[in-house]
Design a protein around this ligand. Structure first.
Ligand code: SF4
Length: 291
């Protein structure tokens, strides 16, 4: 995200009724520390409460981490959120998470250092502190039932993205019809947490790959939203499934679905492949290219 786009995003949020707290996130925002610092200053100037969310991959040195946190605090940052989970530990040695938490505690103190999720701090350290841990190790170490508790229930993971495909074997999967009564009005219209990216995508809640509006030019709270978003608001992923079966030859996934978002993302993936130009709400395209 360029500094101009970041400024525009912050000014947009500042203009919303009841401007929300903003989390500066990525990817990994510390990869572009100057941008993060400037974004923190801009948010402070606009009267926006901002915190940063980091995966700690850069925290090889606790002193360097402390110095960066101090500069952010002095620029007006309200808090640091350090991500901690088996999913992050697939790429990030736990020692870096520990470094980040220690440094954040030194600079921001306890109430303003958030570890999401703190209960995983101990769990990820059970494996090698200096190396990443593949997810398969949880099943090998604890067995399928306990691995399912840790990875699905413990993190409250949402079955969109890769989760349904990679970890669906750890939960009881269900056919699409089971989700027939569920709509997504709450997730899309009343999301307490949403995302704005550099391409203008306003992504409600955690609905990765689904854009409800272009935040640069549209009011994300104004209906009607794009066709598929409206369909999900009214009829949920089963409505999407039925439409895609009828119009685009979508075939149910052998082995069923790990949750309603798994159903949703599987149908959207199909639509993004067979009709990429018909549904601009299936953005960013890279979500589907990399799933
Ligand atoms: S089913 Fe789709 S639209 Fe509904 S909450 Fe899940 S990802 Fe979002």
């Amino acid at each position: 995200m360029s500094i101009e786009v970041l400024r525009r995003a912050l000014e947009t949020v500042a203009g919303w009724p009841n401007p929300p707290q903003v989390h500066l996130t990525g990817g990994e925002p510390f990869l572009f520390f100057d941008l993060l610092l400037e974004g923190t200053r801009m948010a402070a100037d606009l009267g926006i409460t901002a915190y940063v969310e980091t995966n700690a991959m850069w925290c090889v040195d606790e002193d360097v981490a402390g110095e960066r946190f101090r500069r952010l605090r002095d620029a007006g940052l309200s808090a640091v959120l350090v991500s901690c989970s088996p999913f992050h530990a697939v790429k990030i040695p736990p020692i870096r998470t520990v470094n980040a938490v220690r440094a954040a505690l030194q600079v921001f103190g306890s109430p303003r250092t958030i570890v999401y999720l703190a209960e995983f701090l101990q769990i990820v350290q059970q494996f090698d502190l200096e190396s990443p841990t593949p997810l398969e190790r949880y099943e090998e170490q604890f067995g399928a039932e306990r691995a399912s508790q840790i990875l699905w229930d413990g993190y409250g993971i949402i079955s969109g993205g890769r989760a349904g495909y990679k970890l669906g074997h750890l939960v009881e999967c269900q056919p699409a019809e089971v989700f027939g009564e569920e709509n997504c009005a709450g997730n899309i219209l009343y999301a307490p947490h949403s995302h704005m990216d550099l391409y203008g995508n306003y992504i409600p809640a955690f609905c990765g790959g689904l854009t409800a509006a272009d935040w640069r030019t549209e009011d994300p709270f104004q209906r009607p939203h794009p066709e598929l978003v409206e369909l999900l608001i009214e009829h949920g992923p089963y409505g999407l499934f039925a439409m895609a079966q009828e119009r685009y030859d979508y075939r149910p996934l052998p082995g069923d679905y790990a949750g309603k978002c798994h159903l949703c993302v599987d149908v959207r993936w199909h639509l993004a492949e067979v009709k990429p130009d018909d549904y601009p709400e299936l953005r960013p395209v890279s979500f589907y290219e990399n799933i």
